[in-house]
Ligand binder design. Structure first.
Ligand code: SF4
Ligand code: SF4
Length: 368
């Protein structure tokens, strides 16, 4: 275990910034803590447990142009020939330029649930089981080093241990740092992490610092609430698919999508082309499954036209469909969706209710 004195933190970040982009939780003038590109002189906020949004935006961009295209005229129509839209089209050649900007970067100060969120997205974008390999996500992911910090003081809305995580978890993290008296301890778990800890400001952690860090971790685990038993949730969600409880639970939901945007692992996106005077961009932009148009088909049919169906999808995807495909959950228990839902919908309550046996549920196998 290594140790970095508090007064060396700025130098460490400055050293990293000399090699690439550093992203860290920083409090803005409005008091909101967000992951922002760090520059010397900026104070990193580690005492506020969670930035408002997970740092996924730096790997899976909220809005990203992934190709530019344009039509260029080639050849000239015969002299005197009538120029029509059809002749124009005959001479227009489509030029396409792929874009894939993936700067080397370190995301510093994310929490173990955020690092785990990247692993959960890796399954989808990273070719797990050969389904799909996304070059845009993966280029950024490979160029990124994750330096997580132990959650010394978990919130009442944290439930990472109920979903297989840990406030000092290392899944997805290249380095885990823990705040101790006088600074931070650091442990590396990958080659990328080892490289970071080669910075001269690190020293070997003393026995007292190591013991302190281990105590912080143990106490943090003990403080995280376990609001439901995960065993059986998948089967019960399946059995309860037609249960009227979904309708009752969704009444407060206003389909704003906030819960999906703040989440470290929600990964749905939409693709649009924007064309102005023959020049265009193909963009992908975060989408969310609460959006009524999300599943609208070209035929006009919408299999999730009702809000209750969209609401049901979010929880079933995270705790039933995704686990069936990837043998993992699509939730790391960060609690952001609880904190930021404007109508106070609580995923823990939904899972306690719909993830349990329900007497009114349709027998398993009768679902639509
Ligand atoms: S944040 Fe709350 S109100 Fe908004 S879509 Fe999610 S559950 Fe519905
Ligand atoms: S579903 Fe909610 S609690 Fe789970 S990872 Fe996403 S934001 Fe966090």
């Amino acid at each position: 275990m290594r140790f970095l004195a508090q007064d060396q933190l700025e130098a460490f970040l400055g050293h990293l910034a000399g090699q690439g982009r550093v992203v860290a939780p920083v409090k803005g003038a409005d008091g909101v803590v967000l992951f922002r590109p760090w520059e010397p002189g900026m104070a990193v906020e580690l005492d506020v447990l969670l930035a408002k949004q997970a740092p996924k935006d730096y790997v899976f961009r909220q809005s990203e142009t992934y190709l530019r295209f344009g039509y260029q005229m080639e050849g000239v129509a015969a002299a005197g020939a009538e120029v029509t839209a059809a002749t124009d089209r005959a001479h227009a050649v489509l030029k396409v330029e792929p874009q894939n900007d993936a700067p080397a970067q370190v995301i510093f100060g994310l929490r173990p649930c955020d690092a785990r969120g990247f692993v959960q997205m890796d399954n989808v974008f990273g070719g797990y089981g050969g389904f799909y390999f996304d070059p845009y996500y993966n280029a950024k992911r490979e160029a990124t080093t994750l330096v997580a910090v132990t959650c010394r003081d978990p919130r009442s809305t944290c439930f990472c241990t109920a979903v297989g995580g840990n406030p000092a978890g290392t899944e997805g993290a290249d380095v885990l740092m823990t705040q101790v008296e006088g600074g931070l301890t650091a442990e590396a778990f990958t080659e990328k992490g080892e490289e970071l800890l080669a910075f001269v400001g690190f020293s070997e952690a003393g026995q007292a610092q190591t013991l302190y860090a281990e105590t912080v971790k143990e106490q943090a685990v003990a403080r995280v609430d376990v609001p439901f038993e995960i065993e059986g949730v998948r089967e019960n969600l399946r059995a309860n698919i037609e249960d009227p409880g979904w309708h009752d639970l969704c009444m407060r939901c206003i389909s704003c999508g906030t819960c999906t945007y703040v989440c470290p692992n929600c990964y749905c996106f939409n693709i649009t082309d924007e064309i102005v005077e023959g020049k265009g961009e193909r963009m992908r932009t975060w989408d969310n499954c609460f959006n009524p148009l999300y599943t609208l088909e070209t035929s006009g049919h919408n299999p999730r036209e009702q809000k209750s169906n969209r609401f049901r999808n979010r929880f079933s995807h995270k705790f039933w469909y995704y686990p069936e495909k990837y043998d993992s959950l699509l939730c790391s228990g960060c609690g952001r969706c609880i904190t930021h839902c404007p109508t106070r919908i609580d995923i823990r309550e939904v899972l306690r209710f719909m993830g349990s046996p329900r007497s009114a549920a349709a027998p398993a196998g009768e679902e639509a």
